[in-house]
Design a protein around this ligand. Structure first.
Ligand code: BG6
Length: 505
């Protein structure tokens, strides 16, 4: 982060957080801003104005945020103890989200605070409200004149979920575009803020040796796994409406897929980068009834042995719910680079371990010299371990010491923590908030990107709803997922990897 500091520091600005009394501000946003302050990466002058329905004064807001920073902040205590200095930048204003007069009052408060602290009217609005409030807040910002750019910038950051399908996402984009131009809009996907996710691009485009083999001539298939240990828990009400495709695939898994599959952009530039990602999404083959049955899996977790609830017993979940908590997909990117290479994606809750990885499985050697009693050699594998033990490893064959020419698969690995230190990895929200302040939208989703990614999710959801998909299967908690997901790969002689978990164990 210090290196970034030397590159550029944001212009003085006010960050206005809508939904400031909520969980995200408490756990992520304010702790991330605090860590940025500790790392000297915030503007020379800045204000953070919390806005929400709850009545509260500045003092109460500061006290609540202090707890959040103490519990969730990355840099605190010995790392950075400047709470009082940071707290003096925090303010709070109650607001009813659909009341224009409250936005006019907000405009006055902003003007007053900016005058008192000698700040220009550069404003970053952050929407961390419930999603049904995104459009109403944007419209009130427009009606009250707050969306107008009166300084060097006025920007808006919008949290996920962005719509629930293509239609609603398109409508939300249209309502936003009536008030803000696209270059003012920053749609968050926190996976793009993860260092290791960004490293997929550095790995591919800052090394000369991998890109020449990054194609259908050398790659057998790609696996993207985002496995979670957590259950649905208290989020049943939301989750039962969403399901794993909307909650994880439309955003996080699609981001991982596009970064892995895209062509090299000509420059590190938000437009060029996102153009390339959109091209991948446009090239995704939409499933027909037959492929929905054979190339998709949907499943729900059962009750655990030690009293863990089945998904259908979770509070807020319908007792006969068909909502999947796990899905696996076999997708194809129809272009020259990837024709015929399957991309297997899977994600689910209440599984054996938390593990996010992208695995590239290369093809077999064309001719084997060292056939050791007919034992097949394992083709090369490259795994990006995105979390929790960030790094990557490369699996290759080596000679077993001793007589003959017997081979064995071994692993060459790199771990961020070993090379850069345990605390070196910033939280995703630190990077994203900083980029939004700097005006770099590279790591944010563009309107068309969101819509193309909904297109494929809708095709699957609608197919399932028509009854074209496979039957819902079930899996035991603490497992690697349903048998049907293993069978989907086994049908073409393949198996799921869990290479990052094995290295971690
Ligand atoms: C969120 C989903 O976007 O991502 C959650 O809504 C999920 O259901 C979370 O648990 C996973 O994020 P991470 O950073 O823990 O992998």
């Amino acid at each position: 982060m210090k290196d970034l500091d030397r590159i550029r520091r944001p212009e003085p600005a006010t960050i206005v957080i809508f939904g400031a009394s909520g969980d995200l501000a408490f756990r992520k946003l304010v702790p991330a801003l605090h860590s940025l302050a500790c790392a000297d990466l915030l503007p020379q002058k800045y204000l953070i104005l919390g806005v929400a329905r709850s009545p509260m004064d500045d003092q109460a807001f500061r006290q609540s945020m202090e707890k959040g920073v103490q519990t969730f902040g990355r840099l605190k205590g010995e790392g950075c103890a400047q709470w009082d200095a940071f707290a003096s930048h925090l303010f709070y204003q109650p607001l009813v989200y659909d009341t224009l007069a409250d936005y006019e009052a907000l405009a006055q408060t902003l003007q007053r605070l900016e005058a008192e602290h000698d700040l220009p009217p550069n404003r970053l609005f952050y929407l961390s409200t419930p999603p049904h409030l995104y459009a109403p807040v944007v419209e009130q910002l427009g009606a009250s004149g707050l969306a107008q750019n009166r300084g060097q910038f006025t920007r808006i950051v919008i949290e996920k979920p962005f719509g629930v399908d293509l239609h609603s996402a398109h409508e939300l984009n249209e309502r936003i575009h009536r008030v803000f131009s696209e270059d003012q809009v920053y749609r968050i996907d926190h996976y793009l803020g993860k260092e290791t996710v960004q490293n997929i691009m550095v790995f591919r485009f800052a090394n000369a040796i991998f890109e020449p083999v990054w194609n259908r001539n050398y790659i057998d298939h790609v696996q993207i796994s985002v496995l979670e240990e957590v259950e649905v828990g208290r989020r049943g009400g939301y989750y039962d409406q969403a399901g794993v495709l909307r909650d994880m695939f439309q955003n996080h898994l699609m981001q991982l897929l596009t970064l892995t599959a895209m062509e090299p952009p000509a420059a590190w530039d938000a437009t060029m980068l996102r153009d390339e990602k959109v091209k991948v999404l446009r090239a995704l083959r939409l499933p027909d009834a037959e492929t929905l049955r054979t190339h998709t899996v949907r499943a729900q977790y059962l009750a655990g042995k030690e009293g863990g609830l089945a998904y259908r017993q979770e509070p807020g979940v319908a007792p006969d719910s068909e909502t999947p908590t796990y899905a696996a997909l076999k997708l194809f990117v129809d272009n020259w680079r990837w024709q015929g290479v399957p991309f297997y994606l899977r994600s689910g809750k209440n599984l054996k371990t938390k593990m996010t990885e992208v695995v590239i499985r290369f093809k077999e050697v064309p001719h084997m010299l060292f056939a050791d009693g007919g034992r097949p050699v394992t083709p090369n594998m490259l795994a990006f371990c995105l979390q929790p033990d960030e790094g990557f490893h490369l699996g290759f064959e080596t000679k077993r010491p001793g007589a003959g020419m017997r081979t064995r698969s071994v692993d060459m690995s790199f771990h961020f923590a070993t090379t850069f230190g345990q605390k070196a990895l910033p939280e995703a929200y630190e990077r994203l908030l900083l980029d939004a302040l700097l005006g770099d939208a590279s790591l944010f989703a563009r309107a068309d990107e969101i819509e193309f990614s909904w297109r494929i999710i809708d095709a699957i959801q609608q197919g399932w709803a028509r009854g074209d998909g496979p039957p819902l299967s079930f899996y035991a908690p603490d497992s690697w997922g349903p048998d049907a997901a293993d069978a989907m790969l086994a049908a073409s002689g393949r198996a799921w990897e869990s290479s990052c978990a094995e290295v971690h164990e």
